[in-house]
Design a protein around this ligand. Structure first.
Ligand SMILES: [Zn+2]
Length: 299
């Protein structure tokens, strides 16, 4: 190869390099803004109307991306959750029928068995906190969390100055067509070392298949709920018990669970139950359960 030929080849290579360099420059400076422009209308459209596919100017079809944040934060949208903060400022010692069914249906508990409308509840052996204050504090924290997740929350009371019998409380949950009613209580025991969270559901009731099915469903819900409450609080897991002696459960047509959030007769648990931080953990346990439940049926 002659020197002249080599110079020509080098010159051609140089020309190609310069040409490629200019192409890259043109692409970066001039093409870039045009290429990124479809992203902006697509995002804006997705926020405004997530269900419609966006067609930005230029005719390109852009598949809208799902909105992870709002969807996640509304995990409980459509659910109606009843919360009954146990007891009230002043007990009502008048009597009301414990159950709607007659003696023929259930010989032990029937509408001739009368029970106190609203008992005074227990109180902290160490903190002296009345149960009705702690139950409302926990319930209001639950309300805030569940509403933030999109649930409709129906409270039986948000005040201590009410006069609601257990039948009244059940009726509020029934009228609101609640998916589930959570009745918040605290426990007491003679043994000061007894601690933990337990639940109560309806018993045999009027003996019908429908009543039994409701009780079976409540048991599934309550067992699953206890798992989340215990995970959130590290409290002792106690049993899911059933009974025919709770007026509020007997009169409830909605799935209904009494939750005894802890023992006010246990020094450690009494002190914890009176704190905002522990009440938050309990409320978070309920929220975690409702968001992750594989048992809860949506109406
Ligand atoms: Zn109670």
């Amino acid at each position: 190869m002659t020197k002249k030929a080599m110079i020509i080849i080098l010159a051609v290579l140089l020309a190609i390099a310069v040409f490629l360099g200019m192409l890259i420059l043109v692409d970066k400076v001039i093409m870039a803004p045009r290429r990124s422009s479809p992203d902006t209308p697509a995002e804006a459209t997705a926020t405004a109307a997530p269900d419609e596919s966006a067609t930005p100017e230029g005719g390109e079809t852009v598949t809208p991306t799902p909105e992870p944040e709002p969807t996640q934060s509304l995990a409980l949208a459509g659910l109606i959750i009843g919360i009954d903060p146990g007891h009230q400022g002043k007990a009502n010692t008048d009597k009301e029928p414990c159950a709607p069914w007659g003696k023929d249906k259930n010989p032990s508990y029937n509408n001739e068995t009368m029970k106190t409308k609203t008992s005074s509840g227990t109180a902290g052996k160490f903190t002296n906190m009345p149960e009705y204050i702690v139950t409302l504090q926990i319930s209001l924290k639950m309300k805030a969390k569940l509403e933030a997740l999109g649930a409709t929350v129906v409270m039986t009371r948000e005040d201590h100055n009410v006069n609601l019998s257990n039948i009244d409380r059940a009726q509020i949950g029934n009228d609101a067509n609640c998916d589930v009613v959570l009745r918040i209580h605290c426990n007491g025991a003679d043994n000061p070392s007894t601690s933990g969270i337990e639940a109560w559901i309806r018993g045999t009731g009027d003996g019908t298949a429908e009543y039994k099915a409701l009780g079976d469903y409540e048991r599934l819900l309550a067992e699953e709920m206890l798992t989340y409450l215990v995970n959130a609080t590290n409290a002792v897991r106690r049993r899911v018990n059933s009974s025919d002696s709770y007026t509020g459960l007997n009169w409830s047509t909605a799935p209904s669970i009494i939750i005894e959030c802890g023992f006010m007769s246990n020094e450690e648990e009494d002190n914890k139950l009176a704190t905002d931080s522990y009440q938050e953990l309990i409320a978070q346990g309920f929220a975690d359960w409702l968001v992750n439940s594989t048992v809860l049926k949506r109406q």
